[in-house]
Each structure stands twice: as C-alpha cells, then as structure tokens.
Design a protein around this ligand. Structure first.
Ligand SMILES: [Zn+2]
Length: 147
C-alpha cells in the first residue's frame, strides 16, 4: 500500500463520516467522479454507525493523515515497527500493530480493574475518621447513640 493510496483511503473514509454528520467544507470531490461514488457507498455503511463511533473514527483518521504528512504513517506507536500492509488496508487509521493493539487493550482492562480496587481502599480509610473527633463532638455522637 503506497502513501498515496493510504491518503486516498483515509480521505474517502473522512469524507463519508463528515458528510454523514452533516458537516461541510472538507475536500469534497467533484460530483460523479470515482472517489465520489466510493464515498457514496461508504456513506451508506457509515450512516448506520452511532455518532460517537463516527466521531471517534474521525479523530483517528485525522491523526493518521497527520502521521502521513510527518512521514510516520504505518509505523506502530508501540514498538515502532512497520504495521502489516494487510492491517492498514483493512484499517487505514490503525496506529499500532496487532500485537501492540492487543497489549494496549489488555492494559486498559487491567487499569479499569485496579481503579475499582483503589476506590474500595479509599472507602475503608474513611471509616477511621471518628477517632480524630474533638471531645465536644465525641459527646454529641455519644448522645446520638444513646438515643
Ligand atoms: Zn507494535
């Protein structure tokens, strides 16, 4: 896959998303040309995706176009090795090789788990607060308990 193909692919996907979101003004091809027809097909596919998915992908596409300009397109952000051409053909906005993408997803899952555990520990610490109460406040809590 050449850089020119990659750019055409990314712009095709971008145009489909931009149009489906009702946005205007980004490099819209002339009516009736080959890219336009490809975008029309893609638009029908894109239209059934949720707006959140489309917006998220649009960001990834813009980032991929930036990497093209910088000459960093197709290089994995994780291991800095070339991403497999077949992967880039399937997902032109991919920024990681299959291996690094999997590692990233496993890491994200693990982080979600440990964040939950951290919140549980914080809640336990909160239970020790009454020890530090001033004497008059302690009296107040005693009264409440005898109630
Ligand atoms: Zn990698």
């Amino acid at each position: 896959m050449t850089m020119r193909q990659a750019r055409a692919d990314l712009e095709k996907h971008r145009n489909a998303i931009v149009r489906s979101l009702g946005l205007r003004g980004l490099s819209t091809p002339q009516r009736g040309d080959e890219v336009d027809r490809a975008v029309d097909d893609l638009e029908r596919t894109v239209a059934v995706e949720t707006k959140a998915v489309r917006l998220g992908r649009l960001v990834l596409i813009e980032m991929a176009l930036n990497r093209l300009v910088l000459g960093e397109y197709g290089i994995c952000l994780g291991c800095e090795k070339p991403i497999a051409p077949a992967r880039l053909r399937a997902i032109p906005w991919a920024d990681r090789c299959v291996h690094c993408q999997e590692m990233l997803e496993l890491e994200a899952q693990a982080n979600r788990g440990s964040a939950k555990r951290r919140r549980a520990v914080d809640a336990d610490d909160g239970d020790e607060a009454p020890k530090h109460l001033e004497p008059d406040l302690q009296h107040f809590t005693d009264m409440k308990e005898s109630d």
